[in-house]
Design a protein around this ligand. Structure first.
Ligand SMILES: Nc1ncnc2c1ncn2[C@@H]1O[C@H](COP(=O)(O)OP(=O)(O)OP(=O)(O)O)[C@@H](O)[C@H]1O
Ligand SMILES: O=P(O)(O)OC[C@H]1O[C@](O)(CO)[C@@H](O)[C@@H]1O
Ligand SMILES: [Mg+2]
Length: 465
């Protein structure tokens, strides 16, 4: 169909009913049917002016479609159901009496810019929007539920936490003991549990939620997805990611300056990205200084036709310098393991990596010595690791963290449980927690963005012919 006829068709298009499948969210009333409802205290707030039909309150029938881009040339609406999620936001009727709420907040896994903002906004939101007065911080990750006393939190205490990197509550890996955690939740009398963490944390949170359901406890659990690597699926992106990309730019700029200031200079930067290369990819695209971007989602090799060394040889001849950015999880298969060298695991069971940056640094030097002995050459290797995540969130991420925290509060107050809050197509949604815990988000090397990257760097595709 040509462009004009599609335009004509769109002007008069009637969309027949769309086949939508709404993702059901667990609610406390699923297993505690007798719970009383309460009017949302925002109804009496001086700051939120609203009438019944001004759209302020979100109803159970307000949904967000997962897919918003369609092919109008005959395939829409299709018989395949379109997935929809509940819209996040305040409900007029809630399932908690704010005076009876005892909320617990925990941060688990690695650091990410914005963690303290989420904590701060959970505290301030619970306190100011709903009048909750019993809010507790759990120290140092999951183990803190059963191994230390909680920290009472209030708006005064947390008022400037968003200006600090890291997590004031502290975090850790490992220490997940389901029975001890749920026992502690029961004994301490928490009835709202806010769990901030990545894929591992969310898998743990699903188990906590299942056990709470099994024990029929009046306790709602929500997850707030945190991953500096941006490797959690379904949601548009994770908080702190943009800040990390911005920080990564500084390392790339420095590598570029170093490289172009030396004859045959190579700047080599290693960035975080355990299983995904999102940070590396976005930092490359926004810097425009990178000659080659290496990520875990695509293999590469050094020697021979179409390899990295041949490419660098050409770039150095053309430009006199080159910049390589590599994600920490890239190239793990091409680094030789020494003897019985085992891949170590951290306390959560995540595989440790061989150091791709240090290995490349040494291989580049060996290559030059072998093939270009006597010619000037330098590699400047920059490994900013923790510098890109141990910072405060930028303004965009701070705002994002605030909306996430408030959305999580509204959802839990409405009696939803076992859910995660996150943006889908720019709107905040409630998503079943087990779905997010298992959804990955790799870089798609078949899409336009990767093709754009290849066109910007003109790097090889590393497909051996
Ligand atoms: N499958 C699982 N079941 C229960 N608990 C888990 C599981 N995987 C990880 N955990 C627990 O979740 C917490 C955080 O896990 P992990 O260290 O993998 O970080 P994460 O949440 O994935 O964040 P990130 O990888 O972004 O730093 C740890 O306390 C760990 O013991
Ligand atoms: O050294 P730590 O704290 O275990 O964290 C390192 C890992 O955490 C992350 O930042 C997030 O998973 C990864 O990119 C990185 O591999
Ligand atoms: Mg993880």
């Amino acid at each position: 169909m040509n462009t004009d006829s599609i335009q004509d068709q769109l002007e008069s298009l009637t969309i027949s009913p769309i086949n939508v499948k709404l993702k059901r969210l667990p609610r406390l009333t699923d297993y505690l049917p007798g719970l009383q409802t309460h009017t949302n205290p925002l109804q009496h707030s001086n700051f939120y002016h609203h009438s019944d039909n001004d759209g302020f309150y979100i109803t159970h029938s307000d949904v967000i479609l997962r897919q918003i881009v369609f092919d109008f040339s005959g395939h829409f609406p299709s018989s395949t159901p379109h997935l929809a999620y509940h819209n996040a936001g305040p409900r007029k009727e809630i399932l908690f009496d704010p005076k009876q709420v005892r909320a617990a907040i925990v941060t688990c896994g690695g650091l990410c810019p914005g963690l303290n903002t989420v904590i701060r906004e959970l505290v301030v939101g619970l306190w100011e929007l709903y009048g909750v007065r019993e809010i507790f911080g759990i120290k140092a990750g999951y183990r803190g539920f059963y191994s230390s006393d909680p920290i009472p939190l209030d708006p005064k205490l947390v008022h400037n936490w968003h200006k600090r990197g890291g997590t004031v509550l502290e975090t850790s890996r490992g220490g997940f003991d389901l029975k001890k955690i749920v026992d502690a939740i029961e004994t301490r009398g928490y009835n709202q549990v806010y769990i901030i963490g990545g894929d591992g944390t969310l898998r743990g949170a699903v188990q906590i939620f299942n056990e709470i359901q099994h024990r029929k406890l009046n306790v709602a659990v929500t997850g707030i997805p945190k991953t500096v690597d941006n490797d959690v699926g379904i949601i548009d992106r994770s908080f702190g990611f943009q800040t990390a990309v911005e920080m990564a730019q500084q390392a790339i700029s420095a590598a570029h300056v170093e490289a172009e200031s030396s004859p045959n200079g190579i700047g080599l930067v290693k960035l975080m990205g355990r299983n995904t290369g999102h940070i590396t990819l976005d930092a490359t695209l926004s810097s425009c200084d990178v000659d080659c971007c290496l990520i875990p989602e695509t293999d590469f090799y050094l020697e021979g036709k179409g390899g990295l060394l041949e490419f660098l040889d050409l770039r150095l001849k053309e430009n006199g310098h080159a910049v390589i950015v590599v994600a920490e999880g890239a190239g793990q298969d091409i680094i030789p393991r020494i003897g019985s060298q085992k891949q170590e695991r951290d306390e959560s069971g995540n595989l440790g990596f061989l150091d791709i940056g240090a290995w490349l640094n040494s291989e580049l030097k060996k290559w030059w010595e072998r093939d270009h002995k006597g010619e000037l050459f330098t590699v400047k290797y920059i490994d900013p690791t923790y510098m890109i995540r141990a910072v405060t969130a930028n303004a965009t991420d701070n705002l994002y963290c605030t909306l996430l925290a408030h959305s999580a509060i509204h959802g839990i107050m409405a009696g939803y449980t076992g859910f995660v809050t996150g943006p889908i197509n720019g709107n905040y949604a409630y998503i079943p927690m087990d779905e997010v815990a298992h959804a990955k988000s790799p870089v798609n090397t078949k899409d336009h963005k990767w093709a754009w990257l290849r066109s910007v760097t003109a790097q090889p595709d590393f497909q051996r012919t």
